[in-house]
Design a protein around this ligand. Structure first.
Ligand SMILES: Nc1nc2c(ncn2[C@@H]2O[C@H](COP(=O)(O)OP(=O)(O)OP(=O)(O)O)[C@@H](O)[C@H]2O)c(=O)[nH]1
Ligand SMILES: [Mg+2]
Length: 302
């Protein structure tokens, strides 16, 4: 491996507009679900680092929030996370969906990437939803937008072109060391991932604006002495009393649905039975309160 001096490694930032499939693609590439995914924009809020290692090299992926305008302090934090992700990257993976025009939002991203001086690979995701002709058209159009190292069409959902993209990535990285041992997939803690899994269910099950105002804290996480079950208590924080009512639902039905969904995902992750208890609490306008943002894990710790 390292003896023949051609082991390649480096940091790859996944960036792009909200909802294009950055987190789905990262999970697909590493072969494990670490980052949460949903059909609602702005699912990812902070950088999530994961590692892919093979004989030829090691890729450290940085999933970042979708690039959007900020409406509060949480939004400012998310924009900073993208900026930091680009700064840390050896290569930027810019993810887009096939389309017949480059939107204003995409043009702004192109401009930023041009100014960053970083090497960029364009990934055209969700090709399963489009015809080959539409995909070719998109490739042709994007060719003129930026000087890309490569343009790779993929489907994160259908695992199409996974090996090809990994090969392109590794061959584009510089020769370098193993940053993490080969067993490491992420340094996110189980606590952090479990909190995200609850937020994922909230995003998937609640309507409109409510899940965007949610944060999750794990209060306790304790394995029983016989090692057959883990008890987890967690609190969902929301912004208004009316939201609290909706999150709990009639007779607690919505909270139960969120809890069941999250428990199933946690059991997959932890490979142990989970007993999950959820609470709901209101913290008015927490998304604009620096101290509360910090409490909920939205501060620059890296
Ligand atoms: N059909 C199809 N759907 C996809 C594909 N990749 C992602 N999706 C869906 O697109 C939606 C958004 O996926 P995410 O991975 O959460 O997108 P994201 O870019 O990380 O979104 P933000 O974190 O909000 O910026 C989800 O509903 C995914 O299931 C794909 O290749 N094909
Ligand atoms: Mg995401």
């Amino acid at each position: 491996m390292q003896e023949n001096n051609s082991f390649r490694s480096g940091f790859v930032a996944m960036i792009g507009r909200p909802n294009v499939g950055k987190s789905t693609l990262m999970n697909m590439l590493i072969g494990q679900k670490i980052a949460i995914m949903s059909s609602k924009a702005q699912t990812t809020r902070r950088r999530i680092e994961t590692v892919y290692t093979c004989d030829e090299g090691q890729v450290v992926f940085l999933d970042t929030p979708g690039m959007n305008r900020s409406r509060n302090k949480l939004g400012d934090f998310m924009i900073n996370e993208v900026t930091a992700g680009i700064a840390d990257a050896d290569i930027v993976l810019w993810i887009v969906e096939p389309s017949d025009r480059v939107s204003q939002g995409e043009q702004e991203i192109a401009e930023r990437l041009k100014n960053s001086g970083k090497k960029v690979i364009l990934v055209i995701n969700k090709v399963d939803l489009f015809t080959d002709e539409e995909v070719f058209k998109a490739i042709d159009m994007y060719k003129n937008v930026l000087d890309f190292l490569e343009i790779v069409p993929v489907s994160a959902a259908k695992e199409k072109n996974r090996d090809e993209l990994l090969k392109v990535l590794i061959s584009s990285l510089p020769e370098g060391p193993m940053y993490y041992d080969e067993e490491t997939v992420t340094e996110e803690t189980e606590r952090e991932i479990c909190a995200e899994l609850i937020r994922e269910q909230a995003l998937q099950k609640l309507d409109k604006e409510i899940p965007h105002g949610i944060a999750v804290e794990i209060d306790t996480m304790k394995e029983r002495p016989d090692g057959r079950l883990i008890d987890i208590e967690a609190t969902i924080i929301c912004e208004r009393d009316s939201h609290k009512g909706i999150i709990i639902g009639k007779g607690g039905a919505m909270l139960k649905r969120i809890g069941t969904g999250a428990r199933i995902e946690m059991e997959k992750l932890l490979e142990i039975k989970v007993n999950l208890k959820l609470f709901v609490k209101v913290r008015r306008d927490w998304r604009d309160n620096q101290n509360m943002l910090k409490n909920f894990g939205y501060s620059d710790k890296k």
